[in-house]
Design a protein around this ligand. Structure first.
Ligand code: NDP
Ligand code: ZN
Length: 182
């Protein structure tokens, strides 16, 4: 138990340092770290996840993709298991955006159950953000396209965590209603 707490605190410290100068795209430019913390808490409180390595990976999930954190650094600080989980949910930034988006759809079903749960929590938080705290300059069309894309990614992540799926479905439904999609 205390080891798990130590691991989570270390992941929070590492992720907070790495995301230090980064902001979300909402109108208040919220601190980026709010997002990985929400994803980890969603896994814990909705998904019932008590797997400390997975919760740590949730806190770290955007560090390789969006900061100067390297796989080597994550391996050194957190070991192979947490690095592998983080890499499973990390896009290859050397590819064009449209290809990355398509790859998320095509590869989701092949991922581990833990990566699927993490991705579900990530998409729940992002759909909620797009609907309630959207990027300043996004058109209605772009928000709608984003929601529709998450639906395709999530279809590959089903069958792993019923409670997370149910929250995703509810969040998507509310989002579609607010954005006038049905
Ligand atoms: P982006 O990948 O550019 O942005 C969404 C990502 O930004 C999220 O997945 C999230 O990722 C992160 N993020 C940061 N702040 C927020 C926030 N406040 N709310 C939500 N997410 C946030 O989006 P896309 O390029 O995928 O655009 C969505 C759709 O719109 C696509 O289907 C694309 O085809 C289309 N599009 C439309 C355009 C138009 O003008 N009509 C122009 C460009 C694209 P993380 O979890 O990693 O933080
Ligand atoms: Zn994320």
């Amino acid at each position: 138990m205390s080891e798990a707490i130590g691991l989570i605190l270390k992941a929070m410290r590492f992720s907070a340092e790495k995301h230090n100068d980064q902001r979300r795209k909402d109108s208040k430019s919220s601190p980026y770290i709010n997002h990985p913390i929400q994803v980890a808490e969603t896994l814990y409180s909705v998904g019932g996840v008590r797997d400390a390595a997975l919760l740590a990976a949730a806190i770290l999930h955007d560090t390789i993709e969006d900061t100067d954190a390297t796989p080597e650094e994550i391996r050194r600080e957190f070991g192979d298991e947490i690095l592998d989980l983080t890499l499973e949910v990390t896009d290859d930034k050397s590819l064009p955006k449209e290809v990355r988006k398509q790859l998320q759809i095509e590869t989701m079903a092949l991922k581990s159950p833990r990566a699927k749960a993490l991705k579900l929590a990530d998409k729940i938080c992002n759909v909620r953000d797009i609907v309630h705290f959207p990027p300043k300059d996004w058109s209605l069309k772009r928000k709608r396209e984003y929601l529709a894309w998450t639906e395709k990614v999530v279809s590959g992540a089903r069958g792993t965590n019923r409670d997370l799926e149910a929250l995703y479905d509810e969040t998507l439904k509310e989002g579609k209603r607010i954005l006038g999609m049905e």
